[in-house]
Structures are given as structure tokens and as C-alpha cells.
Ligand binder design. Structure first.
Ligand SMILES: C[S@@+](CC[C@H](N)C(=O)[O-])C[C@H]1O[C@@H](n2cnc3c(N)ncnc32)[C@H](O)[C@@H]1O
Length: 323
């Protein structure tokens, strides 16, 4: 059965609102800013909700008790995550519809009974479970793959072994702000001259030799992040996903997005600011409390932005100053 989570400490959450619950995800993935997400989705008992990155269902498990007469569509690119979530959320089976796909294609994927939608959540990146299990990290030796959807052809090994040095450097800088990108790209090109770089530990060693080791963060962190973003076209998907979300929302509907690095946040901030259909809800980004950051170090870089679909495209734009 789902375990109760900490009661809300967010102003505006009514005391009598159902207490969010999460299934036993211990050790797999800790959902981030659950109370803040649930509050800002502005759920009603019959809300139609899309979780475009359902992952292991942590946020979905907190949302479902708030929509006893509603339904939730959960989308994820990763079929293994969906299989786990189907099992974990089996208590909500009659309200839940799960689909494998990219949220960039939401409009095509969403069944008619989920249109229009009252609330859409995008919690970007990958789950802790994927990081540990799917070769996304340098802690173990795994094939250099990094695909969220294994039906796709392109892998990280293709990029590492085939991209010209200059393009590799641009990818590392553009996707993860690796400011020593040229040095890393040169080291990779030198290493692959001796044979293809096909495993995570070999790539991690190549980058560590090029940059040296300083501090607790592995020197290959940004290289891995940049490759993962490229393999999955995460920034392109985000732009298309935001466009789809704004079209799917009904007037007054809410879009809540959790991002983890500045490249994503810049796209989201600009999209909301430039949209003729969305109004910014939070002037400043919402960040985890110190307590959450201590309890879940992965939450430290998380930022939430919230937007609401306007009643009509011609309504005046909001002019608040952003953070
Ligand atoms: C941070 S995890 C979400 C965790 C989830 N909110 C939870 O509480 O369990 C991000 C998930 O989004 C999926 N994902 C990332 N980009 C996606 C995309 N463009 N379309 C669909 N799913 C995506 C990943 O496979 C991963 O399962």
C-alpha cells in the first residue's frame, strides 16, 4: 500500500485536502517537490491530468488521490519505467492510462478522452533508477548507450566515435556548459584512434585523464549529461513538448515543469514569456526547501516554473519581472 508522505507545508494547501501518498519507491526514485507540484497543478476532483514524464509514478501517486473522479495519462519514453509504474499504481488502474512515447508527440499520443486537459506535469531528465540501472552513469561499466527509448537507433557510442572533434566540443559546451569542451573532445578523438570507445568506464577514464580530478564531482559528469541530452534530443523534445502542452490545455489549465539545468530552464522561461497563450504563475522559480535538498541531494538543482493557459489569446500579457 502507498506510504503517506510529509504533510504539506506550502501556503495555500487546504488542511482538508487529501494527503498525498506515494508507493514504496525506497531506493528507486524520490519524487521532487511533490507538495509544490500538486498544489500548483490546481487539481479538482474530476480533473483530467497528463503526466508527460511519469517515470516511476512518484508524482502521479500523489496526484491520483486528488482526482477521485478524474483520470491521469502517464507518458514515458522508457518502457521499463512504465512496467514498474503499472505495477506500483495498480490500485489506481481504473483512472490511469499509460503510454510509451515522447512528450514532444503529446498531441498525437493523447487519446480523445484526455482532451482538453486541466493539468500537465513535465519532470525532466531521468530518474535515479534509470541513472543506476540503465548505463547513464560512470559508476559502473556499461555500454555507452544512454537511450531512454531503446527502439531508437542512435546511441552515445555513435556520437562519441563518429562526430568530428569540433562538433563533439560544441555538443559538450552547448548541452552541458562544459567549458573545457575542446580539451575533452581532443582527448576522445585521440582515444578512439586506438579503438572505439564503447563503455561508460572507458569514456569516464578518458575524460578524467584529460581534465584531472578535483573535488567530489566526477570530471566526466558534464560530458555524460551532454551526451544523454544529445542522444535523446532532450532540448528539441522540450520545445516541442511545451508547444503541445499549451495547445492541449483548456483555458485556466496549468502547466508545471521541473527542470534540472540552465539549458532547460532557459527554454522554459523564454517559452512562457513569449507565449501568447500562457500566463506566468510564479514570479520566481520554485526551489526545494533546505530540508528536501538535504534529504534528496538530487533535488538541489531542481526548479519549478508554472504557467496557466489564458482564457483567450487576446488577453493582455502579464508583465511581472522574472528571476
Ligand atoms: C525525473 S524522471 C520522472 C520521475 C517521476 N516524476 C516520478 O516521480 O517517478 C523523468 C522521466 O521522464 C522520462 N522522459 C524524459 N524525457 C522524456 C520525453 N521527452 N518524453 C517522455 N518521457 C521522457 C524519463 O524516461 C524518466 O522516466
Amino acid at each position: 500500500m502507498p506510504d503517506p508522505i510529509e504533510p504539506s507545508q506550502v501556503p495555500g494547501v487546504p488542511d482538508d485536502s487529501p494527503e498525498p501518498t506515494v508507493p514504496d519507491l525506497a531506493g528507486l526514485h524520490q519524487p521532487i517537490m511533490v507538495t509544490e507540484v500538486v498544489t500548483h497543478l490546481k487539481l479538482k476532483p474530476d480533473s483530467v491530468v497528463i503526466d508527460g514524464t511519469i517515470g516511476l509514478g512518484g508524482h502521479a501517486a500523489a496526484i491520483l488521490p486528488h482526482i477521485p473522479e478524474g483520470r491521469l495519462l502517464g507518458v514515458d519514453r522508457d518502457s521499463a519505467s512504465l512496467a514498474l509504474t503499472r505495477e506500483r499504481l495498480s490500485a489506481f488502474a481504473c483512472q490511469l492510462h499509460l503510454l510509451q512515447g515522447n512528450f514532444a508527440d503529446l498531441e498525437r499520443l493523447v487519446p480523445p478522452e484526455f482532451k482538453p486537459t486541466e493539468a500537465i506535469l513535465l519532470d525532466l531528465g531521468i530518474s535515479s533508477w534509470q541513472l543506476a540501472e540503465r548505463g547513464f552513469s560512470f559508476g559502473t561499466s556499461a555500454p555507452l548507450d544512454f537511450r531512454m527509448d531503446t527502439r531508437q537507433a542512435l546511441t552515445a557510442a555513435d556520437l562519441v566515435n563518429e562526430l568530428p572533434e569540433r562538433e563533439l566540443a560544441d555538443l559538450l559546451y552547448g548541452n552541458a556548459e562544459e567549458y573545457r569542451s575542446r580539451r575533452v573532445a581532443a582527448a576522445i578523438v585521440a582515444a578512439r584512434a586506438e579503438g572505439p570507445v564503447t563503455t561508460t568506464d572507458r569514456l569516464a577514464d578518458v575524460v578524467a585523464s584529460a581534465l584531472g580530478r578535483r573535488g567530489r564531482i566526477h570530471p566526466a559528469t558534464k560530458t555524460f549529461q551532454a551526451l544523454r541530452i544529445a542522444v535523446n534530443d532532450e532540448l528539441g523534445s522540450l520545445t516541442r513538448g511545451l508547444e503541445a502542452a499549451q495547445r492541449l490545455l483548456r483555458p485556466g489549465g496549468r502547466l508545471v515543469i521541473i527542470s534540472f539545468h540552465s539549458g532547460e530552464d532557459r527554454i522554459i522561461k523564454r517559452f512562457i514569456n513569449d507565449s501568447a497563450h500562457l500566463t506566468k504563475v510564479n514570479k520566481k522559480v520554485i526551489q526545494p526547501t533546505r530540508a528536501e535538498q538535504r534529504a534528496n541531494p538530487r533535488s538541489r538543482s531542481a526548479k519549478i516554473r508554472v504557467a496557466e493557459k489564458q482564457a483567450a489569446a487576446t488577453e493582455p500579457r502579464q508583465t511581472v519581472t522574472d528571476s
